[in-house]
Design a protein around this ligand. Structure first.
Ligand code: CP
Ligand code: NVA
Length: 310
């Protein structure tokens, strides 16, 4: 178990917490871990380690991928939600961090404000992983880029078209572009633009803003989108439905992209809203690989945070 004399810990709170070298290691390691999983070869470097997962928002993929992944690596998990823990009864996040991190080796949190996960991490004795905040979703982009590499090779120099909300996924794509050397074409409705300060990117050189989503898709190597209304913003649902009506990825957008362009969506998806069924269920879509790869990249991430480069 973790103790007070542990070496300096690293957290994964946003994509920019890691360098291009860290990512090169993680992608190589995830490929190895995936191969072992596919051939039923045991990979259990985290025997007797425990992961606490704290969910303040709903989840399917994040929960299953972290939970199954941790068991596969020989460890175990504790699952907490706001409703069934003292977090929902106003115990300070700092106190929760001090207590939970004395009993487990690693913590994954899905919550609202990024400030909340940062406060937890500041008082944690063990590494903390962002499993989605209002601002970022780094584990998802880790899986998405790993998926791109599997299908098309390096993402360096490529163009990713983001069609939709300037949300946690968009912000994380911008951070990834700056670190890994690709370009994001961003098209959002008015009022839902990305905010460079919130996204935490140093300059605007790795992204371009387009009013017209078709223009954002022109020549793109990857077209990607997300729900119109993210978790926590449900009160804006009706206004967003109207504002986002033209930001639906369809066959015309895929046709204007590169002939071998991929389509990605972090899921859950709403067919007929942000994407047409014939795109997400069509031949250019790699959404099921993306979902599966969450588990493989997160196994590499957990191993890296706890054991370093193996
Ligand atoms: N993509 C993703 O994070 O899915 P869940 O909300 O189901 O975890
Ligand atoms: N932007 C979405 C992603 C869900 C995985 C949300 O935050 O709800």
């Amino acid at each position: 178990m973790s103790n007070a004399a542990a070496p300096a810990i690293r957290h994964y709170l946003q994509f920019a917490d890691f360098s291009a070298d860290d990512y090169a290691h993680l992608f190589a390691r995830a490929a190895l871990i995936k191969k072992k999983f596919k051939t039923y070869e045991k990979h259990q470097p985290l025997t007797d380690r425990t992961l606490a997962m704290i969910f303040e928002k709903a989840s399917t993929r994040t929960r299953v991928s972290f939970e199954a992944g941790m068991y596969q690596m020989g460890g175990s998990v504790v699952h907490l939600t706001t409703g069934d823990s003292q977090l929902g009864r106003a115990e300070p996040i700092e106190d929760s961090a001090k207590v939970i991190s004395r009993m487990v080796d690693l913590v994954m949190i899905r919550t609202f404000e990024q400030a909340k996960i940062e406060a937890f991490a500041a008082h944690s004795r063990v590494p903390v992983i962002n499993g989605l905040t209002n601002e970022f979703h780094p584990c998802q982009i880790l899986a998405d880029i790993f998926t791109f590499i599997e299908h098309r090779g390096s993402i360096k120099g490529k163009t990713v078209a983001w069609v939709g909300d300037g949300n946690n996924m968009a912000n994380t794509w911008l951070q990834a572009a700056e670190i890994l050397g690709f370009t994001v074409h961003v098209s959002t409705p008015t009022g839902y633009e990305v905010d460079q300060a919130v996204a935490g990117v140093r300059s605007s050189s790795s992204y371009k803003v387009f009013k017209d989503p078709m223009e954002a898709c022109r020549g793109a190597d990857l077209v990607t989108t997300d729900v119109w209304t993210s978790m926590g913003y449900e009160a804006e649902n009706e206004a967003r439905r109207q504002a986002f009506a033209d930001w639906c990825v369809d066959q015309d957008m895929m046709r204007i992209a590169q002939p071998d362009a991929l389509f990605m969506h972090c899921l859950p998806a709403h067919r007929g809203e942000e994407v047409q069924a014939d795109v997400i269920d069509g031949p250019q879509s790699v959404v099921w690989d993306e979902a599966e790869n969450r588990m493989h990249v997160q196994k590499a991430l957990m191993e890296y945070l706890l054991l370093g480069k193996l």
